[in-house]
Design a protein around this ligand. Sequence first.
Ligand code: FCB
Length: 493
Amino acid sequence: MTIQRTNLSPRTEPERSGEARFSAGFVWGMATASYQIEGAVAEDGRTPSIWDTFSRVPGAVLAGDTGEVACDHYHRMPADVDLLADLGATSYRFSVAWPRVRPDAGPVNPAGLAFYDRLVDELLARDIAPWLTLYHWDLPQVLEDAGGWTNRDTAFRFVDHATAVHDVLGDRVPTWTTLNEPFCSSLLGYAAGHHAPGRQEGAAGLVAAHHLLLAHGLATEELRSRGADRLGLSLNLTVPDPSDQSDPVDVDAARRIDALHNRLFLDPVLRGSYPADLLDDTAHLTWQGAPWTDVVRDGDLATIAAPIDVLGVNYYHGNEVSGHPRTDVVGIGSDQPERVALSPFVGSEHVTFPSRGLPVTDMGWEIQPGGLHRLLRRLHDDYPRLPIYLTETGAAFADRPDERGDVHDPDRIAFLDAYLRAVHRAIEEGVDVRGFFQWSFMDNFEWAFGYAKRFGLVYVDYATQERIPKSSARWYADLARTGILPSPDPTGR
Ligand code: FCB
C-alpha cells in the first residue's frame, strides 16, 4: 500500500510540498499503554483487568491473543527506555495499570507502583519527559464484577487509584492525563462489545461515558488540590462528512456521529453541558427502567468541567457518513474480527460509513490528513482554547523484516509526513499545537486485533522479543533532532 497522491480529494487533503519547520520546544513523543506492552500480568501482586478476562473469551480477540506476555516490557523496561532515547523521543506517553497499583481495587501495592517509579527515573535520567495516563482501559476485573463503569462508585475508586499514583510520582511527572479515549472505554466496551468488558447493552455505553467523565473531573480536582498543574485527558475525535451535503438524511447522520463521537466528551469537559441534540437523539434510551440521563446528578457537570491545562487529541481518520443503507463501507475501528459487535453509535445505529476511495492502512482506516487539519481548526474555533497535543496518531502496516533483517516501512513514513504537515499547517494558522506523540513506540497488542496489527516505529519479533527499529524510527529520530520535515522527494515518497 502506498499513499497515491492522485487519489486524495482536494476537499480533504492539504498540499504536501515544501519544507516544514517546527519550533524548538515542540514535543516529539512516542506513546504506549500498559496492557498493550507490559505482559507480566500476574507479577508483583497484579490481579486481572477486564482485558485479561475479555481476551480469553472465545472469538473476542483475533487468534485468541492476550496481553499475558505482550512485549515483555515489564522485564525489559530499561533497555526499552534506552531505545526511546536512541530514537530521539523528547517525551514518552505511557499508562499506569490500575490492577498493579491497587490489585483488585484494594489497598495500594508498593511493588506494583515501584515499576512506574523506576520507569520515571529511567526516563528522567535520559532527559525524556514522562507523560502519564492514569487509565488506558485496564479496569480491575473486580470493579467490573460490581458493574464496572455503569456503577457510579467506579468513578470514586478511580480517584483512589489516581491519588496512589500521584503520591509516588507527583514530584517527577509533569503531565497527568486521566483518561485515554473514553469513547472506546464506554461505547466500544459497553454498547458495541468490541472492547472489554464486551457488554452489548446500548444505554450502558452512555452511562459508562458519564461515569468515566465524572471520574475524570473528580480526579482532576483531587490532583489539582495536591499540586498538579498540568492536567488533561486524551479524546479520540473524528471528522464526519455527510455523503451528500444536500441530503438532509446524510447531514443528520453526520451530526449524530459528531454528537456521539466528539461532543459527548468535548462539551461536558470544556463547556460543562451535554449537547442538546445528543440528549434528544438518545432520549428513548433507558437504564434500569429510567431515562439514562437520570444517572447525571446535580453538580456532576460542574465537576466534569473542572479546568484542565492541556487537551490531548488522538486522531487516526474521519469518515464519510450516510444515513442510508450502504454496502461500500470502510473500517471505522469497531469491526469485530470473529465475534459480532454492535454499532457503538447508540440511538443512531442506522448510520453507515461509505468508502470515498481514499487509501487505507492495514486497519482498513482511511488515510486522511486533511481531516486532522480541519479538526484542529474546529477545536480552535469552537472551544475554549487550550494547548493541544496530538497524543496519538500512527498507522498499522503489514511490516516484516527483509532477508537482511531490516524493516522498511515507507508507507508509515509517508503517513506521518502527511499528518505532521496537517499539524504544521494548523500551527501556521494560529492553532496552539505543542507536541506530537506517535502511536506507537513499538508493535504491541492491538486490542481485539491481537498481535496482527503493527503500529510500531520499532518492530517486535514476538518469538524472541527482539526489537528492530524500522526505517520510520530513524526518520522520526531525525525529525525529533532537527524539527524539520524535508521537502518531499519528487518521486512522491
Ligand atoms: C487507539 C488506542 C491505542 C491504540 C490505537 C491504534 O484507539 O488508544 O491504544 O490501540 O488506537
